[in-house]
Design a protein around this ligand. Sequence first.
Ligand SMILES: NC(=O)c1ccc[n+]([C@@H]2O[C@H](COP(=O)([O-])OP(=O)(O)OC[C@H]3O[C@@H](n4cnc5c(N)ncnc54)[C@H](OP(=O)(O)O)[C@@H]3O)[C@@H](O)[C@H]2O)c1
Length: 229
Amino acid sequence: MASPSARAMAFAEVEKMSKDLDLGVLINNVGASHEMPVAFAETDPAEMEAIIQTNIFGTLQLTRAVLPAMVARSKRGPKSLVLNVGSMSGRIPSALLATYSCTKGGLQTWTKALAEEVKADDVTVLMVLPAFVVSNMSKIRKSSMFVPTPKAFVKSTLSRLGLPAGAQGRPYEMTPYWSHAIADYVVGMFGYVSEMAGIKVILSMHKDIRKRALRKKAREAGKGKGKQE
Ligand SMILES: NC(=O)c1ccc[n+]([C@@H]2O[C@H](COP(=O)([O-])OP(=O)(O)OC[C@H]3O[C@@H](n4cnc5c(N)ncnc54)[C@H](OP(=O)(O)O)[C@@H]3O)[C@@H](O)[C@H]2O)c1
């Protein structure tokens, strides 16, 4: 991982370069999560730091570096857009992914604060909240009703920019994929009761994912040992 001073220098360079660019859209898609669900007290400190550095500092520092150029551009022409990719883990506190959940929840609050700050500068800031999507991070290879392909998810997002899309009653947020929007709605439907139910469902799902991930790791370690012998 780069040192704080090397990172600061790199982002200062990005800020300098962005002044000469016609920069109208920034999509903060970067994200890192845990290798597998893990109790917070047992989380590897290096994994915790990498997640916070990537999701929080990476996103905030890059946005800080290019925002002045985006504001300047909006003054000259069409509105600019900052689209932050959050997660349902920020909406529903996700036990056994506590650090990841913390970063996505933090980004949600930051998105709204920033959105309000730059609204008058004609820069729109939004957060899109996916639940599961087929990807390397989710380790899900097959799409289903609740797990769209990246293409389907991106299409649902881009086609609803500027329109109401899930996330009922929450400013600057969208849950554009239809089945994710239903899950989001159900979690908010009965206040405390439905939110607690959501938290418990997620915990039990993560316990199950952890068990399967540990079994897979043990199988792979067994195979590796077999090859060495
Ligand atoms: N898939 C899901 O189920 C799901 C659910 C909710 C939210 N999300 C969010 O969706 C976004 C995209 O994730 P994904 O599912 O498409 O996972 P992914 O395939 O693992 O993509 C993550 C992206 O972040 C980049 N990245 C990670 N760590 C980095 C670092 N230290 N420096 C620079 N780039 C880094 C990766 O770059 P490289 O390819 O170069 O490694 C990759 O482009 C993330 O913000 C994630 O939190 C995903």
